[in-house]
Design a protein around this ligand. Structure first.
Ligand SMILES: [Fe+2]
Ligand SMILES: [Fe+2]
Length: 355
């Protein structure tokens, strides 16, 4: 097999792992806390990190961004709680996750299979489905949070969505996401994909794109506290239920206040239902009171809701949804709506309803 690279926080432990793999000169180590740059060109990447803290996740993400090619399999070894580690590893885009204490025969078999490409991608959906599923797993970890989700988890989700939209068409992303069985997962991942494509259309750099996608992933976090009977009601809401639902921006904002989130991200969560003419909620903001980042999310959010299938409404074709955006006139930023036209066009084609 080709060269294997182990990313580790403990070189002596990883050295024992390398010897167990029997790779001799084919296995190299990279100390995530060392000064050296990670080597490129590995055929297989293994992470062996004792505790996936936000700092080690950040270092892993940075190293993976440098060493991992689009087809390079990545095996994450988890020490401690496997369930939590699996979510974190999925958010990093792991091809396979294994308990670090797994018997060496199992480890060796897994490494051999990955290196041979036998299990590098799940069957039947290809790379995009794999990426969408990993993004969904990250989103589940975000949405289940009682309070503010870990910033590292949200940033990992944003990296995954950004990479997926960079590699694929937004149309295909929406189709894959539409097959998920939870309406909130579908919606927020659709908004994130649209925001990523919007960022690409606007020529935003990677950092700004991920910032926008992070806002998209978080924008409806307040719905985590809305009763599921209202959230998943298979029909239009009563006025009382609508009132309860409309609390989600303020609830989400309160949830994130203790989570070291920046002011702009907090604005996205609180103000994504505000309109420039002051007719939105919860604060009735107007014009310049609504930052550009929020305006971008609002446009992506409305468009996503229109093209999504709901139990009580058929999905609108992209051109109809875009016509509705344009007809909203002074409520939205007309320059940004015009720019969004390229995204809407890329979404055209019959939308595969899933509900
Ligand atoms: Fe919302
Ligand atoms: Fe939304």
């Amino acid at each position: 097999m080709g060269r294997t690279l182990i990313l580790t926080d403990d070189v002596s432990r990883a050295g024992r792992l390398a010897r167990n793999l029997g790779g001799d000169g084919d296995v190299s180590l990279h100390d995530l806390y060392g000064d050296a740059a990670p080597p490129s060109g590995a055929a297989l990447i293994i992470s062996d990190v004792s505790a996936l803290t936000s700092e080690s996740l950040r270092r892993l993400r940075q190293a993976l961004a440098v060493v991992r090619g689009p087809e390079t399999p990545f095996l994450a070894l988890i020490h401690g709680n496997l369930g939590r580690g699996e979510i974190q590893a999925s958010a990093l885009g792991a091809t396979k996750v294994l308990q670090a204490s797994a018997a060496s025969a199992l480890l060796l078999n897994t490494v051999t299979a990955l290196a041979a490409g036998a299990t590098a991608r799940p069957p039947g959906g290809g790379d995009l489905r794999h990426q969408a599923t990993a993004s969904r797993d990250a989103f589940v970890a975000i949405f289940r949070a009682d309070g503010a989700p870990a910033l590292a988890t949200v940033e990992s989700g944003a990296v995954l969505v950004n990479r997926a939209i960079r590699d694929a068409k937004v149309r295909d992303w929406l189709d894959v996401v539409a097959s998920f069985d939870d309406a909130t997962h579908r919606h927020c991942l659709s908004v994130a994909g649209l925001a990523a494509d919007f960022a690409r259309t606007l020529g935003l750099n990677d950092v700004d794109s991920r910032y926008l996608i992070k806002g998209a992933l978080l924008h409806d976090i307040g719905k985590a506290k809305i009763p599921r009977a209202i959230l998943n009601k298979p029909g239009p809401l009563t006025p009382e239920e609508r009132c309860e639902m409309d609390r989600h921006p303020a609830i989400g904002h309160a949830m994130l206040l203790n989570g070291h989130y920046d002011a702009l991200t907090l604005s996205v969560v609180r103000s994504h239902h505000e309109y420039l003419d002051g007719s939105g909620y919860p604060d009735g903001l107007r014009g310049q009171e609504i930052p550009d980042l929020v305006r971008l999310i609002t446009i992506s959010d409305i468009f996503a809701a229109l093209i999504e299938a709901r139990p009580y409404k058929a999905p609108k074709p992209a051109h109809e949804a875009y016509a509705i955006l344009k007809a909203m006139g002074a409520k939205l930023d007309t320059d940004l709506v015009r720019a969004f036209g390229a995204v809407a066009t890329a979404c055209e084609m019959p939308y595969r309803a899933s509900a």
